[in-house]
Design a protein around this ligand. Structure first.
Ligand SMILES: C[S@@+](CC[C@H](N)C(=O)[O-])C[C@H]1O[C@@H](n2cnc3c(N)ncnc32)[C@H](O)[C@@H]1O
Length: 302
């Protein structure tokens, strides 16, 4: 098939170098373009979407994955798209760069014609997203947080490449140094795990930092938050004082959380809980506390 240059005897996917050559792009870090050039990483990524399939070192046969409709944000020259097409019934990619979107439409014309691929040219932050079953994406790092928090509330499994430091903060457990507002907010929507650390050499141009692949598995929280906007402001507020007890943090940060009566929250809450620090509490406890604060703390102005 055209363009299937292959790098090893049994390679069946398009060669990342060949794709970049044909696209005529070098990758521009100012446009968040760091293309994956390591075939082994590319081959492993679709398998992470099926948690039990990634136990061994060898990549799984993509055809066995049956991923349904996959959303890929930031398709670049399509090296990952090519693998996803083998693992899915349907793939939708979002690519902001006009030249790359045009290249993808040309390079994958057969898949588009067969109805297997849709190329959406636009910004992942505001383009209308299709219904999808899973997203597998090497995200543009400049917008990775916004994109992740656009996808997380949709309640679908995600396999996303981030900067390593961001990934570790997102997946951190309570009581660790990395645990913070990012971990609580992500943990509110999903179980989050780092499944692979990826060295800078796997990309071209080479980024300055290491990367990591995160898998999120949506969970139906057995708790609810009263109001998403208030929950997020409450978290932002108490984590500005993460080293203080919750008693002090709730009182000292009412100007951020918008609580009119933080004392009422402290008095109504469990005393032992109020003597802990924000960095020790799991997402479900924050949700309970935010619910209580919303109920008795006279929220407003957030
Ligand atoms: C890190 S590269 C990944 C490319 C390719 N998936 C790969 O792994 O080689 C990110 C891609 O996202 C595109 N991009 C950057 N910002 C974007 C945005 N806001 N919305 C959609 N695509 C974006 C860039 O043009 C680039 O092609």
């Amino acid at each position: 098939m055209t363009g299937r240059t292959g790098t090893t005897d049994d390679r069946e996917f398009r060669d990342p170098d060949g794709l970049r050559r044909r696209a005529g792009v070098r990758g521009d870090p100012n446009k968040d373009q760091h293309f994956l050039v390591d075939d082994r990483v590319l081959d492993r990524l679709p398998g992470y979407a099926v948690p039990d399939s990634d136990d061994g070192d060898e990549p799984v046969d993509p055809a066995s994955l049956d991923l349904g409709h996959v959303l890929e944000i930031g398709a670049g020259t399509g090296a990952l798209t090519d693998r996803l097409l083998a693992a899915a019934d349907e793939v939708t990619v979002v690519e902001r760069d006009r030249k790359l979107a045009k290249f993808l439409r040309e390079e994958f014309a057969d898949a588009i014609e067969a109805g297997d691929l849709t190329v959406l040219e636009g910004d992942a932050l505001d383009v209308e997203l299709p219904e999808f079953d899973v997203s597998v994406s090497n995200l543009p790092y400049g917008a990775s947080s916004e994109i992740a928090f656009r996808l997380l509330p949709l309640g679908k499994p995600l396999v996303l490449m981030f900067q390593k430091e961001f990934a570790e903060r997102m997946a951190a457990d309570p009581g660790t140094d990395d645990y913070g507002r990012l971990s609580v907010t992500a943990g509110h929507y999903a179980d989050v795990e780092v499944v692979e650390i990826v060295p800078a050499e796997a990309f071209d141009p080479k980024p300055r930092v290491e990367s990591a692949v995160v898998r999120t598995t949506p969970r139906d929280p057995d708790y609810d938050v009263p109001d998403d906007a208030f929950f997020l402001e409450f978290l932002k507020a108490v984590f500005t004082q993460r080293r203080k007890t919750m008693r002090n943090a709730v009182r000292n940060t009412a100007h951020i959380s918008g609580l009119g009566d933080p004392d009422a929250v402290v008095e109504a809450a469990d005393e032992e809980l109020m003597s802990k620090r924000a960095g020790e509490l799991p997402p479900a406890t924050f949700a309970d506390l935010a619910s209580l604060a919303y109920e008795v703390g006279e929220p407003g102005g957030y």
